[in-house]
Write a protein that binds this ligand. Structure first.
Ligand SMILES: [Zn+2]
Ligand SMILES: [Zn+2]
Length: 177
């Protein structure tokens, strides 16, 4: 099965270069192929002018529309995302579906007024990408604070968890197939 990364907006090249090998390594043997495509823009209908944020469901729907149905789609966007009732989300996915979405907007140290730090951005992006794809592959949130499936509501929680599945989540992931 192939994971198709769809990058929209200005996403650092090095991030997109590193993601495929990392995702194949993480999700083997479920995924054996991963490629990157780019798109120019997000539909303006997903933008909420009052909040100045993009509605995550709309962006994800846009990504899945017309995409190869055999692939799992992972969208990487630079814009800020939200879902109703939450101030923001780092990402969104369909449990046991075929689509996941990650925003690097609030993963970037510069969002918090800190100096640019690519390795920190990479580590955070990697965790959120694995987390959202974990949902696509059937995993729910995990109570283990170190597990990558732990729910993150703040950047501190993203930084606290690891980029790995705990043994329980790993077993569940592999048991599905
Ligand atoms: Zn989650
Ligand atoms: Zn876990």
């Amino acid at each position: 099965m192939k994971i198709e990364i769809v990058a929209i907006g200005s996403i650092p090249d090095l991030l997109l270069q590193r993601l495929p090998a990392m995702l194949i390594e993480t999700f083997k043997p479920l995924a054996d192929e991963c490629g990157v495509t780019t798109r120019k823009s997000i539909p303006s209908t997903a933008f909420d002018a009052q909040r100045r944020q993009y509605r995550a469901e709309s962006v994800l729907r846009h990504l899945l529309f017309g995409a190869d149905r055999d692939n799992v789609i992972l969208g990487i966007v630079g814009v800020d995302l939200y879902v109703p009732k939450l101030n923001f989300v780092f990402g969104l996915s369909q449990l046991l579906g075929r689509g996941a979405l990650v925003s690097i907007h609030r993963l970037n140290p510069s969002f918090y007024g800190q100096a640019p730090d690519f390795e920190l951005l990479w580590n955070r992006t990697r965790k959120e990408a694995i987390h959202e794809l974990g949902h696509v592959f059937g995993l729910n949130h995990c109570d283990d604070p170190k597990c990558v499936m732990n729910f993150s509501n703040s950047i501190l929680e993203v930084d606290r968890k690891s980029s790995h599945f705990c043994s329980r989540c790993r077993a569940k992931l592999l048991h599905r197939f």
